[in-house]
Write a protein that binds this ligand. Sequence first.
Ligand code: GUN
Ligand code: ZN
Length: 433
Amino acid sequence: MTQKQILVGATLISTGNPFTAPWQEAVHINTQGAVLIDGPVIAQVGNADKILADHPDATLHDHRGRLICPGFVDAHVHFPQTAMIASWGKRLIDWLNTYTFPEEMRFGDPEYAAQIAGRYLDLTLAHGTTTVCSFATIHPQSVDAIFTAAQHRGQRIVAGKTCMDRNAPEGLRDTAQSAYDDSKALIGRWHGQGRAEYAITPRFSPTSTPDQLNALGALWAEHPECLMQTHLSEQLDEIDWVRGLFPQARDYLDTYEAHGLLGARGLYGHAIHLEPRETDRLAETGAALVHCPTSNSFIGSGLMDVSGLAQRGIALGLATDTGGGSSFSMLRTMAAAYEIGQLRGTALHAAQLLWLATAGSARALHMGDKIGTLSKGYEADICVLDLSSTPAIAQRSAEASDIWEAVFATIMMGDDRAIADVFVGGQRRGGLD
Ligand code: GUN
Ligand code: ZN
């Protein structure tokens, strides 16, 4: 018999989408809450009094005064960019050529790939992130490295081999055929193994020939159970470049659509400078967009219209975009999403920010029935927030007139010191007490 565990504290409960319904109806906090974990799953969520009375023999984790959340879901990252995060002074194309590609070249060495994969997952777990959706490099061994590291930690994960057959340096290019063959072999090796899922991963249109995009579109048609991840309309220079490379395309999204790479299981990172036709097609096809706010300010990309896109019913995830993003922290990422919202004239509520980082990202990854919500039957991936983790935050939350005000202070000023506890599949992965 597995030992049951009870976490007592305030619980974050989401029952709807706080962008299409009033946030008060979609997300609430039960300040007298508790979560019962039975083995790897959540067995009950409710009031502490009742759950404690019904399960007197369970192991107790007392988090009263703290916020028990689903583990954060980071919907777009590049784990191979861990060691070059915070590289100074470039915009997208120069940043890729100067910092990113030389670092990604190092992943031909499986030992280096394994070292960074482990380091990356340990860093993100310490920040309360329990699931990531990651680009690897063009090297199949980099995909093996991140899936192996996640498997050792019991983590749900999505990853894929990044495919590039042009506009990348020698040593970092595959071909249309090898991208297809290697991706197909990796799907066979990893997709559906335990908690692993494979995402077919053309890096972005400028680094794939039409032949390669076609080959990956064909692979997706053969494996519709896989996700497909890429980048879309991040910077204006990039969009001009795409226009020159694909003169017959109606717009950037069309470069994917024309090659079988637009669909409901597609994930498009950034999506800042969209044409009306692109937004319409994204809404019609049910594709998901991923907001990467620290990256969008760090690389100077622009301000995504999060509220407008979410109100159209488009699935939206939130992501650090490590290492174009400047942090491993989803708290810091929520703070950046708030600031970008303010620059566009929309103040996102803490309930909307937390929803994006949990249920919203899980829904974008088509895992909304497994993770991202504290609910019976869901996988027990949990993160507990200390709402007074530094003297500056403690003095602010002491002044808060309700729990949301205290939570907002931690969103805006918190970091890994606010992560009081983390559970992955019901297993404890670190904590304060
Ligand atoms: N576009 C293509 N590749 C990348 C990448 O690695 N990071 C970001 N931010 N944008 C990209
Ligand atoms: Zn990216």
